[in-house]
Design a protein around this ligand. Structure first.
Ligand SMILES: *Cc1c(COP(=O)(O)O)cnc(C)c1O
Length: 362
């Protein structure tokens, strides 16, 4: 019997890892970004496979995500991009490596390490070079580094920054200015230290579009899952979302479909009920807007997306209750699906809820 299922293709993941690795010089390290449950898949399964394949580092956004990886037996070093002060104890208990990105976090972290007599704890220094999200800016760096130097609690494993627009060729001047600023600030920091932290700056589209930001390590997320805007031909989507036609109903001309009567039938309409809704990550932008693939053809969404179901129009389709429908797969991928409603694959994938059963391939 068919049902709603999210297939996670671990062979495709391995393929993407190899393709992206082949673009890097052989000594460049690979950090796999597995935040947001591995971009909506399953961070543990993704991390286990990548650890087996020899990835150098993992990155997650929050401490709880790193704890989940450690509890599942992951031994590879884990960078936590956005650790919070309230979870400092867990960082140390689970041997996670925090990003140092603000004085508030840095001061609290040093206090905790000193009062527990921990020395040389591995940390990563985040510089804000223009994304203006998190990190120390050029002016703040000297003070932050002198705080780190005046205690023996912290060892900087890496210095890093994040680019704002590597997927936008119109912004190449800005991107190059970020890269140059990073070079300048990081070499100033290195000259203050008696050891040699590694540098990293690139995300997936940086790897594709700017060799200049490869440095000693890259951080790839979306590419591992098969996407990189226009250039994803050589990458393979890891996620396939399938469901079924739970029921087919006949509506008359003039009947309305679903909540708030958002769709009015202009003719006799064959309505397919798909058991997936906004609680599963099919957000309400798809109301009267999205599509699913039924027997190779697109069937349009009609009416508002409900919490657990949505409806599609099946006039001219030769289909039956219990038949399979594809939301996205290798041929109709999540980037196309996302664009049809004006968003990006990142959002579609990371919205996929825990409620959807996962099946692993390969
Ligand atoms: C999410 C994230 C990445 C991964 O970016 P992709 O575009 O998915 O490759 C890299 N670095 C940082 C700091 C991030 O937050």
């Amino acid at each position: 019997m068919k049902k709603t299922i999210l297939e996670i293709d671990l062979k495709a993941l391995g393929h993407n890892f190899n393709v992206i690795s082949s673009k890097l010089s052989s000594q460049t390290k690979f950090m796999a970004v597995v935040k947001a449950n591995g971009y909506g898949s399953n961070s543990v399964e993704i991390a286990k496979r990548l650890e087996f394949l020899g990835v150098d580092y993992f990155a997650v956004a929050f401490v709880s995500e790193g704890v989940a990886l450690r509890k599942s037996g992951i031994k590879t070093p884990i960078l936590v991009l956005l650790p919070q002060v309230e979870s400092i104890k867990e960082i140390i208990k689970y041997n996670l490596e925090p990003s140092l990105y603000s004085f508030y976090f840095l001061d609290n972290f040093i206090d905790y390490l000193s009062s527990n007599e921990r020395k040389n704890y591995p940390c990563h220094f985040k510089i804000n070079t223009g994304l203006n999200r998190v990190g120390f800016n050029e002016k703040e760096t000297e003070k932050a580094i002198s705080k780190i130097q005046s205690c023996d609690s912290i060892r900087l494993v890496s210095i890093y920054s994040h680019l704002a627009a590597t997927d936008d060729s119109q912004e190449s001047k800005f991107t190059l200015s970020q890269i140059n600023l990073f070079k300048k600030i990081s070499s100033n920091i290195k000259s203050e230290l008696s050891y040699n932290p590694i540098l990293h700056m690139s995300n997936t589209s940086g790897i594709y579009n700017y060799r200049e930001c490869e440095f000693d390590m890259v951080r790839s997320g979306i590419g591992l899952y098969g996407y990189n805007n226009e250039l994803n031909k050589e990458l393979r989507p890891v996620h396939t979302l399938k469901s079924i036609i739970a029921q087919i109903i006949e509506a008359k001309k003039g009947d309305s479909i679903g909540y708030n009567r958002a769709f009015i039938c202009t003719e006799k309409t064959k309505v397919g009920i798909i058991p997936l809704g906004h609680a599963d990550g099919i957000n309400r932008y798809f109301s009267n807007n999205g599509y699913v693939i039924v027997g190779g053809k697109k069937a349009k969404v009609i009416g508002n997306i409900c919490m657990d179901v949505f409806m599609v129009k099946l006039n001219d389709f030769d289909v039956h209750e219990g038949d399979e429908v594809i939301i996205f797969d290798e041929n109709n991928n999540a980037e196309d699906y996302a664009r049809s409603v004006g968003t990006i694959s990142y959002e579609i994938l990371t919205n996929l809820s825990e409620r959807i059963e996962r099946k692993y391939i390969g």
